[in-house]
Ligand binder design. Structure first.
Ligand code: 2HA
Ligand code: ZN
Length: 274
C-alpha cells in the first residue's frame, strides 16, 4: 500500500501552494487551502487510519460530518509546504456530531489546521448546497485584487463589472461576479459567517485589504478562478500605469454576447443592457 504523502492529493497541494507562493500571493504565513477528499480516495492508504489528535471546532459543522479535508496548517508558510508536507499539511476527519475533528495524517510536529478553518468549513457548507461537487476553498492574498479594495467602491456590481471588462474571458469564468464583505477581523467566526453567506451566491469573495476566498470542485479550477480574477485586476493596474485613460472598452452588450456564446448567465442586474 502507498503512503498518503505520495498520493496525488498531497502532490497537487504541494504544487499549488508553491505556485501561489511564487506569485507573491502567500507571503510568510499568508493563505490557506482546504480540499475535501472522498472516503474511497482516502481509505486505501495505510497511514490514515489512526486518530492522532482530536480538536474542537467551536461551531456546528454537522453538515460535513465524516468528511475528510486535506488542509494547510496555521502559522505555516506556503513556501515550505512543498518540501515538508507532513509538517505543514494535515488530513482531518470531521466528527459525526460536527463539533470536533480528528487529525489522521500530517501536522507531525504538533501543528493544526489554518486559523481560517472555521471560515473554510462554513464556506464548504454553503457551496455544497449550490454544488454537490464542491471540494476546495482557497484563500490567498493576490496583490492587484487587494489593491482594488483601496481604490474602488466596495460594491459587488461595480467590482464585478470592472473585472469583467478587463479581460474578455472573465465573464465566462465568473459569470456570477465577485462577492464582497466589509473589512472584518480575520480568523473569527464572524468573518467565516459573512463569507459563507456570500458563498451561496458567489464562488469568490473579496476580503477588503486582505485577500480572497475562492471555492470550486477541484484545486485546478479554484486556483484557475483566482488566476483569472487576479489577471483582470493586474490589467487594471497596468491601465493605471499607462496613464489610466480608457479610450475603448468591452461594452455591456458585448459582455452579454460572450456569456451567451459560452452558455453562461451573468449575475442578474450587473449589466446595463437597455
Ligand atoms: O493563514 O492568510 O487570513 C494566514 C492568513 C489568514
Ligand atoms: Zn489571509
Amino acid at each position: 500500500m502507498t503512503k498518503f504523502v505520495d498520493s496525488e492529493y498531497v502532490k497537487n497541494m504541494r504544487e499549488v501552494t508553491r505556485e501561489s507562493y511564487f506569485r507573491y500571493w502567500d507571503e510568510r504565513n499568508g493563505g490557506n487551502v482546504s480540499y475535501r477528499l472522498l472516503t474511497e480516495e482516502v481509505e486505501g492508504f495505510e497511514d490514515v487510519h489512526e486518530v492522532k489528535r482530536t480538536l474542537e471546532l467551536g461551531f456546528d459543522a454537522s453538515a460535513l460530518a465524516g468528511f475528510y479535508y486535506l488542509v494547510t496548517g496555521t502559522g505555516r508558510y506556503f513556501r515550505n509546504v512543498y518540501s515538508r508536507p507532513e509538517l505543514d499539511l494535515g488530513l482531518v476527519k470531521i466528527s459525526e456530531d460536527g463539533q470536533s475533528y480528528d487529525i489522521v495524517w500530517g501536522f507531525e510536529d504538533g501543528g493544526k489546521p489554518t486559523s481560517e478553518f472555521p471560515s473554510h468549513l462554513m464556506s464548504h457548507i454553503e457551496r455544497l448546497k449550490v454544488n454537490p461537487n464542491q471540494r476546495v476553498v482557497f484563500h490567498c492574498h493576490p496583490t492587484n485584487l487587494i489593491a482594488l479594495s483601496f481604490t474602488q467602491e466596495l460594491s459587488e456590481r461595480h467590482l464585478s463589472r470592472l473585472l469583467w471588462k478587463m479581460q474578455a474571458e472573465s465573464i465566462v469564468v465568473f459569470p456570477e461576479g465577485i462577492g464582497v464583505i466589509p473589512y472584518m477581523t480575520p480568523g473569527t467566526n464572524e468573518i467565516g459567517e459573512a463569507t459563507a453567506a456570500k458563498m451561496s451566491e458567489f464562488q469568490t469573495v473579496l476580503w477588503p485589504h486582505h485577500g480572497v476566498f475562492a471555492s470550486g470542485s477541484t484545486l485546478d479550477e479554484t486556483y484557475g478562478l483566482i488566476e483569472v480574477l487576479e489577471k483582470a485586476a493586474m490589467i487594471y493596474s497596468q491601465v493605471g500605469a499607462q496613464g489610466g485613460e480608457i479610450k475603448q472598452a468591452i461594452t455591456d452588450k458585448e459582455l452579454q454576447k460572450i456569456a451567451e456564446f459560452f452558455g453562461m448567465t451573468p449575475h442578474e442586474g450587473f449589466l446595463d443592457l437597455d
